[in-house]
Ligand binder design. Structure first.
Ligand SMILES: [Zn+2]
Length: 473
């Protein structure tokens, strides 16, 4: 969308009269379409009142649209860049809604969004106007339990189940689920969520977020919803386990404690028995501060600081695949097509390189990228945790992530299962893309934290299909 002010003035109305009508219209559109709406205000010419355009951009942004304000110089290259960015945004919206396997367009559930500014307000009580309220006998809360069993061949096998438990706050008798979502990812809608006291209105405990599928599921019944929530809960819990292992390794290494650690939000499943809709299964976690939300990398090769995600041709994807193992295992320079393989670098050299250097401090960016790399090796090269986003809690010096993506690929699996961790799991291709970009960011922290992983992995035989992550140390 461009130049709404032009249209307003042409219509013959007064500027300020138009202003409110247009701002409301923009808000209404964004409320309905959320992140499917691309709203670009492109300011050109000699208008001195760009505040108005900016406020319209804010109205769209408040409901989660891809909204921004550009003031390009009047050169053709600057203008070209702006229009290209509009096209890029629209095509990425189309791609996001295309099923990777069936190539069909997926449908977003039709709901109005709640504005981010409203969702950001601190409240002590909820109103029946904004929230669906369920009494505790309509609610089942389940937590993820994981344990390790020794398999017949002395291999560690991870087992899990969802265990029924009580509400979080001892005084909680009701829960409140916001009717409209305030946040919207590629996969999920995020709604405000609270536990309530016996008066059915007063909030007890922390502000939370309930997440559910944004898309209409193929068979949009209770079973599909439950499966969706269970998959995401498991993905996040797996990432949590890897984060703990990463922090242990950080502590063991000679790294300054000013380097942040990593964590993923704990999550549980709430099943809400709705008289009209049946069982709603939602993933619930603490609400993070949206204002300080950051994304350190994505599931398509994007890392923080890039203007847009890299584009891969079939040839460049093949190249990325060829180079991946070498990057992941620090085996010297990447191979350009046609060149000879380099001699392998001696692992001990890497160790010596960082000996006696004293305290090393790494940035949140370094830590996030190194964690993704670590997750691949620590999971026996079967999983890569990425799409790292959340907040940096500076008081506790920890990166708190939510909504991770895990790419799953078992090179020795009997079948190549796809989308093990949901629709954003792009398997081997996703791993290739990550390491392709990561080659430029794979630094000293990666080398320190990823020491000790054997190149040839010993847990190749009789691997159970999905469980039984094998950690090599
Ligand atoms: Zn690395």
């Amino acid at each position: 969308m461009e130049g709404p002010l032009d249209a307003a003035i042409e219509s013959g109305m007064g500027k300020y009269e138009c202003y409110e009508i247009i701002e409301n219209k923009v808000g209404d559109l964004a409320k309905k379409f959320g992140r499917r709406l691309t709203f670009k205000a492109i300011a050109m010419g000699d208008y001195d009142d760009f505040d108005m355009l900016k406020r319209m951009v804010n109205a769209a942004d408040d409901y989660g649209a891809h909204a921004d304000f550009c003031l390009p110089s009047m050169t053709s290259s600057a203008l070209g860049e702006v229009f290209t960015s509009v096209a890029t945004s629209i095509s990425s919206t189309q791609l996001e809604l295309t099923d990777a396997i069936t190539k069909k367009q997926r449908q977003v559930r039709s709901v109005n969004r709640e504005s981010k500014s409203k969702a950001g307000q601190e409240i002590l009580r909820v109103s029946g106007h904004d929230f669906w309220i369920y009494s505790q006998d309509q609610v089942t809360r389940k937590i993820y339990k994981e344990w390790v069993e020794m398999g017949s061949d002395n291999k560690r096998v991870y087992r899990h189940e969802y265990e029924k438990t009580v509400l979080q706050h001892p005084q909680a008798r009701y829960v409140a689920f916001a009717k409209n979502p305030f946040g919207e990812g590629a996969e999920r809608f995020a709604h405000r969520f609270f536990e309530l006291a016996a008066d059915c209105r007063t909030i007890v405990g922390k502000a939370m977020v309930a997440k559910e599928s944004r898309l209409i599921l193929d068979d949009s019944d209770e079973k599909a919803r439950k499966q969706f929530t269970a998959t995401f809960c498991k993905t996040q819990q797996l990432a949590r386990r890897l984060a703990k292992e990463f922090n242990d390794k950080l502590r063991e290494s000679n790294i300054d404690s000013r380097t942040p650690t990593v964590s993923f939000l704990d999550c549980s499943i709430y099943e809400l028995y709705d008289y009209n809709l049946g069982v709603l299964s939602v993933l619930v976690e603490d609400k993070l501060d949206q204002k300080n939300w950051k994304k350190w990398n994505s599931n398509n090769g994007f890392v923080e600081g890039m203007k847009k995600a890299p584009v891969f041709s079939e040839a460049s994807l093949r190249q990325a695949e060829m180079n991946m193992t070498r990057i992941a295992h620090f085996e010297g320079d990447v191979i350009e097509e046609g060149s000879e393989e380099e001699e392998e670098e001696d692992e001990s050299e890497v160790g010596e390189l960082f000996q006696g250097k004293g305290a090393l401090v790494f940035t949140p960016f370094d830590v996030a990228q190194a964690f993704s790399h670590f997750s691949y090796l620590a999971s026996g090269r079967k999983r890569l945790v990425c799409d790292l986003q959340g907040v940096h809690d500076e008081a506790k010096n920890v990166l708190i992530f939510s909504d991770p993506v895990i790419h799953y690929h078992n090179p020795r699996g009997y079948t190549s299962r796809k989308n093990v961790h949901g629709r954003t799991d792009h398997g081997k291709k996703g791993m290739n893309k990550f390491f392709h970009t990561h080659a430029q960011h794979c630094g000293p922290l990666c080398r320190i934290i990823n020491r000790g992983f054997q190149k040839v992995d010993k847990c190749e035989t009789n691997e159970p299909a999905d469980e039984g992550d094998c950690k090599i140390s």
